[in-house]
Design a protein around this ligand. Structure first.
Ligand SMILES: CC(=O)CC(=O)SCCNC(=O)CCNC(=O)[C@H](O)C(C)(C)COP(=O)(O)OP(=O)(O)OC[C@H]1O[C@@H](n2cnc3c(N)ncnc32)[C@H](O)[C@@H]1OP(=O)(O)O
Ligand SMILES: NC(=O)C1=CN([C@@H]2O[C@H](COP(=O)(O)OP(=O)(O)OC[C@H]3O[C@@H](n4cnc5c(N)ncnc54)[C@H](OP(=O)(O)O)[C@@H]3O)[C@@H](O)[C@H]2O)C=CC1
Length: 278
């Protein structure tokens, strides 16, 4: 199977890595060579770590040998499945899917790793809504079990079955849900992270204490502010905006502090500064 991934950021890189670990031939595309180089370096580091722990069936070199890195979208022409993992912005994703619908072979399946954006709207933009689906991996992809599989209004049974089986071949556990803003994962997770940010703004406690309370008191593996920094505060804000707009309820209003931090360029781990310094 030929597996395409668009975006060599934290999610795209992880998806491409796990696809190659599973034996698929993988093409990764990003807009600039420097993003591809950075993505490849992250994959190499992750593979080295997994190899050291005896968790790979092939060597990192063999796995990397199945991967091709390119800035050319035409490289997706003969892909059986293309998963998009670019910025969480509906307009930008829709533009990309409009192009991909023209490039990828007619029986190829297109999928979005979006955290929250309506799958049905992206499916319409692609011009092949029956062969379009949400395939939502969790961060960090090499370590997390779940793939949320989201059917759009016109997604065919064959497409859903193919993507479910592909997720299983990647060693993941696919779980199905319907096309509502934020699906299940982020409808439940993101308001909690937003509330933790609101607690910082209102001075309820220091960030370390908020995270410590949720880790020690609720057995969460990461505190909510550490997790928001890890996901990216820009992505968290984009998801809250989709929830707020899409569900029309003020309980999903993004915290003003979250908005302000994104405006200031404090995006969390990826920019070196968020609630913590990296
Ligand atoms: C926003 C969305 O749309 C949806 C989302 O994805 S929301 C985010 C969902 N993800 C989460 O909630 C993650 C919550 N965090 C966790 O589950 C855990 O902290 C974790 C699995 C990330 C890390 O596990 P951990 O037990 O806390 O410990 P940690 O010691 O940091 O890491 C375990 C090992 O994995 C390694 N590791 C971390 N990331 C890795 C990666 N990408 N590849 C390979 N190895 C990795 C670490 O280096 C570490 O190795 P050592 O044991 O040799 O030191
Ligand atoms: N972060 C997370 O925890 C999770 C995120 N997601 C979703 O995955 C997607 C990607 O998120 P994430 O990996 O964190 O983001 P990143 O910012 O790490 O990576 C996005 C990558 O896509 C590139 N890109 C932007 N626009 C285009 C384009 N038009 N064509 C090709 N590449 C492009 C970016 O380049 P540039 O740097 O120039 O913008 C960047 O390299 C989002 O939809 C997000 O909601 C899903 C699950 C978890």
């Amino acid at each position: 199977m030929k597996f395409g991934v668009i975006g060599a950021g934290q999610m795209g890189g992880g998806i491409a890595q796990v696809a190659a670990q599973s034996g698929f031939d993988v093409v990764v595309q990003d807009v600039k060579q420097e993003f591809l180089d950075r993505g490849r370096a992250v994959i190499e580091k992750s593979l080295a770590k997994l190899h050291e722990k005896g968790r790979l069936t092939d060597t990192p070199d063999v796995i990397l040998g199945r991967m091709e890195f390119t800035t050319d979208l035409n490289a997706f022409a003969d892909c059986d499945l293309v998963v998009e993992a670019i910025v969480e912005n509906e307009g930008v994703k829709a533009d990309l899917f409009r192009q991909l619908g023209q490039i990828v072979k007619p029986d190829g399946i297109l999928a979005s790793n979006t955290s929250s954006i309506p799958i049905t709207a992206l499916a319409s933009a692609s011009g092949r809504p029956e062969r379009f689906i949400g395939m939502h991996f969790m961060n960090p992809v090499p370590l997390m079990q779940l793939v949320e599989v989201i059917r759009g209004y016109s997604t065919s049974d064959e497409t859903a079955q193919f993507v479910t089986q592909t997720a299983e071949r990647m060693g993941k556990t696919p779980l199905a849900c319907n096309d509502f803003p934020g699906f299940v994962s982020n409808r439940i997770l993101m308001p909690m992270l937003n509330e933790a940010i609101q607690c910082v703004m209102e001075g309820v406690a220091e960030p370390e204490a908020i995270d410590g309370i949720m880790k020690l008191g609720m057995n969460h593996p990461m505190g909510p502010l550490t997790l928001a920094d890890f996901i990216g505060l820009d992505t968290c804000l984009a998801i809250m905006e989709v929830l707020h707009r899409g569900l029309g309820d003020d309980k999903y209003r993004p915290s003003p502090l979250l908005r302000k931090m994104v405006q200031a360029g404090l995006l969390g781990r990826k920019s070196g500064q968020g609630f913590y310094t990296y």
